[in-house]
Design a protein around this ligand. Structure first.
Ligand SMILES: NC(=O)c1ccc[n+]([C@@H]2O[C@H](COP(=O)([O-])OP(=O)(O)OC[C@H]3O[C@@H](n4cnc5c(N)ncnc54)[C@H](OP(=O)(O)O)[C@@H]3O)[C@@H](O)[C@H]2O)c1
Length: 336
């Protein structure tokens, strides 16, 4: 009888492990976020009527967040540098939702012009009266080797991705602490947690954001109504490669490969909105094999270093051969 019970327990444990492994193979986010997708609060219920300020709303992930939030009935502040693109995004938001003209404020903003951020905040609050969610999404990536990259580029990356985000957050957060409620959601990256070649400055700027918001979250324990979230996406379809910094501050990207192998922008945005609705502190969003990479970095760093070295070498070889580095994992190396 004892043997029978033990066998059933072992079988149960084995089935559980196999099911989890199968789930992991098909997963495109960490288990906490996927649990929230299945059983947590739905964005449809939590974000309707909320005022959400999105930076980098003129393309890619920010643009898609705007469309999904509009359909949910959230009121929007759309920011980036290109006003014409923001008007295009607003126009589409209005056409795909029940929002009215006054529910969407186009608020052009350059994250580098930090002196302007106070006035932008004033305009936003004058228009809507309050801000419920700030999504710090605007930013640029990098594709260049450390040894070839000018110091100006490192400066540019920190100025935009780190200081620009800190500056706007410093304007919005006091408004949230005063009200005792709100969410600051910052789009970091997989390289905010781990390392990858060709992104030394970009990775540093995202690591800086991770560190800052991890500390800030603890400082705000007296404000249980405020959520600080960081989002760490892997490769997602957008203009990120096209807009990346290279070796010199004004040198455009020479090669932008096919982005089709990356996660669909709509799926990434939906996962972010579920994470916001469930007040998740850190979200990992990536298809396999990248998701495995996050877990290795978190739980088995020795293995992570082994695999990073292998893949990183390939990435550098392909970059030197003039290919889009992002496709390096999926295409045959052309390097000698
Ligand atoms: N796509 C990915 O694979 C991926 C992966 C991990 C993390 N991320 C992060 O996701 C965020 C969104 O990027 P994306 O992939 O959607 O790329 P994207 O399509 O290039 O969008 C970047 C956005 O940032 C804005 N921006 C750039 N410089 C700015 C400035 N000085 N001031 C204000 N806004 C500025 C751009 O608008 P304007 O040019 O109009 O200013 C644009 O709307 C970034 O923080 C990026 O680091 C992306």
């Amino acid at each position: 009888m004892d043997l029978c019970v033990t066998s059933v327990l072992y079988l149960g444990a084995l089935i559980y492990i196999v099911v989890q492994l199968i789930r992991f193979v098909f997963a495109d986010a960490d288990f906490t976020l996927l649990w929230a997708v299945a059983f947590g609060n739905k964005p449809e219920a939590t974000l309707r009527g909320k005022v959400v300020w999105i930076t980098g709303a003129s393309s890619g992930i920010g643009e898609e967040l705007a469309y999904q939030l509009a359909r949910l009935g959230a009121r929007l502040i759309l920011s980036a540098r290109r006003e014409k693109e923001l008007e295009r995004v607003k126009h589409y938001c209005l056409s795909c939702s029940r929002l009215q003209e006054e529910d969407i404020l186009v608020l052009p903003l350059d994250l580098l012009e930090r002196d302007s951020h106070q006035a932008k905040m004033k305009t936003a609050v004058e228009h809507f009266g309050n801000i419920d969610v700030l999504i710090n999404n605007g930013g640029r990536s990098q594709r260049s080797l450390f040894l070839d990259t000018s110091l100006e580029v490192f400066h540019g990356l920190m100025d935009l991705n780190f200081l620009g985000t800190v500056s706007l957050t410093k304007q919005v957060l006091p408004h949230m602490t005063e009200r005792g409620t709100g969410a600051v959601v910052t789009i970091s990256s997989v390289v905010g947690l781990a390392g990858a070649p060709l992104a030394t400055g970009y990775s540093a700027s995202k690591h800086a954001l991770q560190g800052l918001f991890n500390c800030l979250r603890i400082e705000l324990t007296d404000y249980p109504g405020i959520t600080i979230s960081t989002v760490c996406p892997g490769p997602v379809q957008s203009q990120i490669v096209h807009n990346a910094f290279t070796e010199q501050i004004d040198k455009p990207m020479p090669v932008v490969g096919d982005q089709q192998h990356k996660m669909a922008t709509a799926r990434c945005a939906r996962l972010i909105l579920v994470g916001i609705s469930n007040r998740i502190k850190e979200m990992w969003i990536a298809q396999q094999p990248f998701l495995l990479f996050y877990y290795l970095w978190q739980y088995t760093p020795t293995w992570a270093w082994y695999i990073t070295d292998l893949l990183g070498k390939r990435r550098v070889q392909n970059f030197k051969a003039g290919m889009d580095a992002d496709s390096a994992y999926f295409t045959k190396s052309k390097a000698p």
